[in-house]
Ligand binder design. Sequence first.
Ligand code: DOR
Length: 425
Amino acid sequence: MTLLIKNAIIVNADKLHSKPQDILLEKGKIAKIAASIPEGSHKIVDAKNKLVFPGLIDLHVHLRQPGREDKETVETGTRSAAKGGFTSIFCMPNTTPVIDNAMIVEAIINEAKRVGLVNVYPVGAITRGQMGKELTDMAELKAAGCKALSDDGKCVESSQVMRLALEYSKMIELLLIQHCQDHTLTAGGVMNEGYHSMVLGLKGDPGIAETVIVARDIELAHYLKTKVHLAHMSLKRSVELIRFAKSQGIQVTAEACPHHFTLTDEAVKGFDTSTKVNPPLRSPEDVAAIREGLKDGTIDCIVTDHAPHTKEDKETGFDNAPFGMIGLETSVGLTMTELVHKKVLTLEQMADRMSAAPARVGGLATKGKIAEGLDADITIIDPEREWEVRVEDFWSKSKNSPFVGRKLKGRVEVTICGGKVTYQA
Ligand code: DOR
């Protein structure tokens, strides 16, 4: 099977190629890039007037399988990912049962291969059952296919457990992703603590619940001379702490979600439970700082934290609804509309934050760039295409998005994974 992309304006993190080129994909790899490649008997994809990015990579997705297949499955979640332009995703371990042993990791990888749309890398739990006490068998999880470990959905709160986890993961060279939220400080908060929580009469989650863990884990990484990756950063103060840590040479990396660079806590005003998310939507100053952090590279990656929930689960009072919103199918549109068209990020920076950097952080050496010899994972985007987010268009099994009705500019046209077209608009 060969596939030839014609007239490609290639956007790599290190270079936007202004002259159109042809890209030949063969046996799952990028075989050749040249000014003109004869059409021969290849299947053709014409990318005229579109932008051709390296396949997008999302380090933070909840697929819900096993256990909550009513919310999402590997099949529906990877269909949603392909529609959103993603060719590789990391799926979080807060399933039922928790992804804390090799058997579950292998089952998810096998199911993803059977569906055949997106490369899925299960994130193993740091602690057994995500209980925060006993470390998982990290070497076993790595051998089964994990590229990273996290207790996401929950924070590793014990400093001693986090220290041991960082020491072991350093030894076996596995990335640790921390969900930064001290639950003794969130203390039942359901939205950002501030003016809006006061007016709405909802219990507030204070920013320090995030920043005390950010600061602590930076200190642990510094002391242990190891890496740590901080999930879904939402605060100005977190960006400042990470910027300072990076200036000191501490090996910290971080990610942020489109909802945290787009929405403020004012969005909770109508009590729409799709705006209930962990960490919560924050203040305008925080949104501006997340944008600034993405621009200067303090925040390495854009991730979705795609968190599907059923209508039944979300259609309850704000206090009782589960945290989370879907994000795979709106990430490119929001990033282009809010960051690229508003000149916060250049196209090359978008390619970095959505592909090259996640490949680097997640240890995917053959991905994140369009170059001969690398994996044939490609995302073709029409930067000018305007579209509206509509519930009926979501391919995710769940529809819990606060962006329904929003008009966006920039749309995924074609997704190619391993040389195969996995989505075409
Ligand atoms: O809002 C969230 N939902 N944040 C998380 O960290 C977990 C996620 C979920 O699993 O629903």
